[in-house]
Write a protein that binds this ligand. Structure first.
Ligand SMILES: C[S@@+](CC[C@H](N)C(=O)[O-])C[C@H]1O[C@@H](n2cnc3c(N)ncnc32)[C@H](O)[C@@H]1O
Length: 171
């Protein structure tokens, strides 16, 4: 009996460590955007039904669920944390929107973003320069990028919401 308890406790510890350490290794805490802030950001980005939204680092899947359920969009989440990927997947399943959502495990800097109509990013200014270069190369014409809590250094935002610190850029 004791051995099972030790195995169970070790598993929980490994999952908890992966949950915190993988995002930290990539320079971010595993903090989710508040649902009202997500709704506001997607409205400001003018996300339309059947458009494709990408969330760069989808965490628990909150952005994907709101995009698919409330805006009728197709949603792609790219996430490097294995625990976050699993949580996103379960949350999307529970919200009955699996058919409108795809979750990719991996580094969004290595992903192709050219199919996105709207890209959502809740990151920090440390990501800004590198992300901007990638977006300038890959974002399709008419594509929008909505950033929360950080801005892109050389692009002019078409929308800026000072209250919620949300920027929208358009190509
Ligand atoms: C601040 S959380 C945002 C979660 C979600 N987008 C939201 O707004 O609720 C950032 C997430 O990005 C993930 N992440 C950080 N760097 C990444 C990278 N290079 N590729 C994929 N995911 C990354 C982290 O694991 C974390 O889950």
């Amino acid at each position: 009996m004791q051995i099972f308890l030790i195995i169970f406790a070790s598993l929980i510890l490994i999952i908890a460590l992966l949950y915190v350490l993988v995002p930290a290794w990539y320079g971010l805490p595993p903090i989710s955007t508040h649902p009202d802030r997500i709704r506001k950001a997607l409205k400001l980005a003018n996300l339309q039904p059947d458009e494709t939204l990408y969330d760069l680092g989808c965490g628990h899947g909150g952005v994907l669920i709101i995009a698919a359920k409330e805006f009728g969009a197709n949603a792609v989440g790219i996430e490097v944390g294995p625990v976050q990927c699993a949580v996103s997947w379960v949350n999307c399943l529970r919200s009955r929107i699996r058919s409108k959502v795809r979750i990719e495990a991996g580094d969004f800097f290595k992903s192709d973003l050219s199919q996105a109509d709207v890209i959502f990013a809740y990151l920090t200014s440390e990501f800004a320069e590198r992300l901007e270069k990638k977006l300038q190369n890959e974002l399709k014409a008419g594509g929008r990028v909505v950033t929360v809590a950080f801005e892109l250094p050389h692009l002019q935002a078409v929308v800026f919401d000072r209250e919620s610190l949300i920027w929208v850029y358009q190509k």
